[in-house]
Design a protein around this ligand. Structure first.
Ligand code: GLP
Length: 636
């Protein structure tokens, strides 16, 4: 039986699964059970399907079950939620193509049973087309199981904020945040369609059973609002609260903002671990707008923390204990302070200097997450090596590649040496890009020139962080070179390359990111391959002596109780870090404008470090300009 108290704030039943893989397998198995049952009587199973990276694990599992266990999908009828408007079904980013490649091409489902909105319908015909789509669902007997992801605006399908609970299949305008999230897929925000066709919230609510899935930290805050907030058209996923047969499956990272995980003492009796105490006291301090050392017994009791007080109080003792604990996370010596007591420091004093290996999934993750700390480590005499795990070439606009190729050709003309291999390559790149159809994939030559551009940017950024070129490695992991966004697959080669790097460097400190990322991202794949490599090497003596530190991802912020090491930056250090980030010019897709959204990754990086400093300040600790936070990681 569910502990009702425990779910007191939750208005949709939510299950926290161990991993997205587990969650997807669970749903796939529910779907297959229904199909088997219906197949016995030759009656149809009607599935409502979603695109995006969230459900791909379900599709892989369905294909496996079809192939290995022989389950037939010939009685299955599917309805997809949505499609971008004004793109053909052969467009590489169309949801039609996505579904074919990810699922339908691998099953025995008859083509006539597959329904996906057609993004090429004449504008004047969309209303009738959408009504017909609704009728087709009704004719099929309604949707038995509807699978949903959630967008960062809280959209389901493409029902953006403002969609009503009664809305039906229709043409909609996409929110700017949604377009930003799709920008990578479409090689630039300017290429993302402005409109889409989507089933309505009402259409979705008519389904018999609904599963909403969410993976990764980037979904955590919107998911918590949808589950715990008041239902509102401003957050369409919250309208699912009225459905009688819905379940949410979320991994730990996506569920991390739910009250039962974030402030469990409000919903159940807890064992007061030190991280929970830190979390409760810092929450209390923020909630009552008082620095830690000014919190009173009454503040604790009036805010649901009487139990904490009983076990670890009085307030005076608790306040001092937590204040000191947080104080000790602060250090200007991320590599440890040699010849000093390290009893209360996050890093050991010895050995000194240390070998610090920093893994950056894409060029610029390192400088965004820890540019200031890199500089500190170098300044304090440590041997710092930055390894860029992927080339990042998928994110380079064609115009930058053309510019680089033209430069090679122009230089050769200046020197009258036009017959070199480099010039031939540059010319072939220019020809290819000149003839490139929209969204065509790049040849290896184009990808390699794009990768070189990012290398150049990364090297300059590293120099700004105090690192010379000889300390910068480029691994170009094969999963990235073989894949595309949202569809990467790791292999043994990826792990082997990382193992080689670890064995060669045998670092005393390892910095990395990606553990909390949505599983299809470059960052999550890099984290997985790093983890596999480390597990394979876990008997190596150097691993026992290696401190592993997670730095934050570009779009992530730490909670105070997660931080084990906080490295303050002075105003000059922050400016320097921002300079480093700005060297990644190809990632600045548009010139600075008054439109915040177009540049916000740059502002975000700066604001995020400032916000962390403010958090420390508000808790009553020292007032710094900015802080980079790190979480200690253990392999087991
Ligand atoms: C798109 C789709 C949604 C999907 C969302 C999240 O906007 N229209 O149906 O849920 O993206 O995508 P992802 O699963 O990749 O996070």
């Amino acid at each position: 039986m569910k502990n009702i108290e425990f779910h007191r704030f939750e208005k949709i039943p939510a299950t926290i699964v161990n991993s997205s893989l587990d969650g997807c397998q669970q749903i796939a198995s529910e779907i297959c059970t229904l199909i088997k049952e219906r197949n016995l009587t030759q009656s149809p199973t009607v599935l409502g399907l979603a695109t995006g990276s969230t459900p791909t694990g379900i599709y892989r599992e369905l294909i496996r079950i079809h192939k290995e266990e022989g389950l037939s999908f010939s009685n299955v009828i599917t309805f997809n939620l949505d499609e971008y408007y004004n793109i053909t079904s052969s467009h590489p980013e169309s949801y039609n193509l996505f579904m074919q490649e990810q699922l339908f091409d691998h099953l025995d489902i008859p083509t006539k049973n597959i329904n996906i909105p057609d993004g090429t319908v004449e504008r004047t015909a969309t209303f009738a087309y959408c009504q017909d789509y609704e009728n087709r669902i009704l004719d099929a007997g309604g949707i038995d199981i509807q699978v949903l992801g959630i967008g960062r605006t809280g959209h389901i399908g493409f029902n953006e904020p403002g969609s009503s609970a009664q809305s039906r299949t229709r043409l909609v305008h996409l929110d700017s945040l949604t377009k930003k999230d799709a920008a990578r897929d479409f090689l630039g925000e300017e290429n993302v369609p402005r409109y889409a066709l989507t089933m309505g919230v009402g259409t979705i609510l008519d389904s018999e059973r609904i599963y909403l899935l969410a993976w990764g930290r980037s979904k955590a805050s919107i998911l918590a609002l949808a589950v715990e907030g008041e239902p509102s058209e401003a957050l369409p996923a919250s309208l699912l609260q009225s459905h009688p047969n819905i379940e949410i499956l979320a991994d730990q990272a996506a569920a991390s903002e739910l009250t039962r995980l974030k402030r469990p003492w409000l919903v159940r009796h807890v064992d007061w671990t030190s991280s929970l105490i830190r979390s409760a006291v810092s929450w209390l301090s923020a909630n009552s707008a008082k620095p830690i050392l000014k919190l009173l017994d009454d503040d604790y009791t009036e805010n649901g923390l009487a139990d904490l007080l009983t076990q670890h109080g009085p307030a005076y003792d608790l306040n001092i204990r937590i204040f000191n604990e947080i104080q000790h996370t602060l250090t200007g010596w991320p590599g440890g302070k040699t010849k000093s007591s390290d009893e209360r420091r996050p890093e050991r004093a010895e050995p000194h200097p240390k070998r610090s290996l920093i893994l950056a999934p894409e060029p610029f993750d390192d400088v965004i997450g820890m540019g200031g700390t890199i500089h500190r480590l170098v300044d304090q005499g440590h041997e710092v090596i930055v390894a860029y795990l992927t080339s990042g070439n998928l994110a380079v606009p064609d115009a930058d590649a053309s510019k680089a190729a033209e430069l090679v050709v122009d230089l050769a003309e200046l020197s009258d040496d036009c017959e070199t291999e480099e010039v031939r390559l540059a010319k072939s790149v220019l020809k290819e890009l000149g003839e490139k159809a929209d969204f065509a994939t790049d040849s290896p030559n184009v990808r390699s020139i794009k990768g070189l551009i990012r290398r150049g940017e990364a090297k300059i950024a590293c120099e700004i962080c105090g690192l010379s070129g000889s300390k910068v490695r480029f691994l170009s992991l094969p999963f990235y070179e073989r894949g595309k966004y949202r569809q990467f697959k790791l292999s043994g080669d990826d792990t082997d390359l990382l193992k080689g790097l670890f064995e060669e460097i045998q670092p005393h400190q390892l910095y990395f990111t990606g553990a909390l990322s949505e599983p299809s991202t470059v960052q999550a794949n890099c984290y997985q391959s790093m983890r596999r490599a480390l597990l394979d090497l876990s008997d190596s003596p150097w691993i026992q002596n290696c401190y592993m530190w997670q730095y934050r991802e570009a779009s992530q912020e730490w909670d105070i109780q997660e931080i084990d090491m906080a490295v303050p930056l002075s105003p000059t250090e922050l400016t320097n870090k921002i300079q480093g980030i700005y060297q990644h010019q190809t990632q600045r897709r548009q010139a600075p404008t008054s439109d915040r959204a177009s540049n916000d990754i740059w502002r975000q990086a700066e604001e995020c470090d400032r916000r962390l400093a403010e958090t420390y300040d508000n808790l009553g600790l020292a007032e710094y300009e900015a802080i980079e936070g790190f979480k200690r990681y253990s392999l087991i």
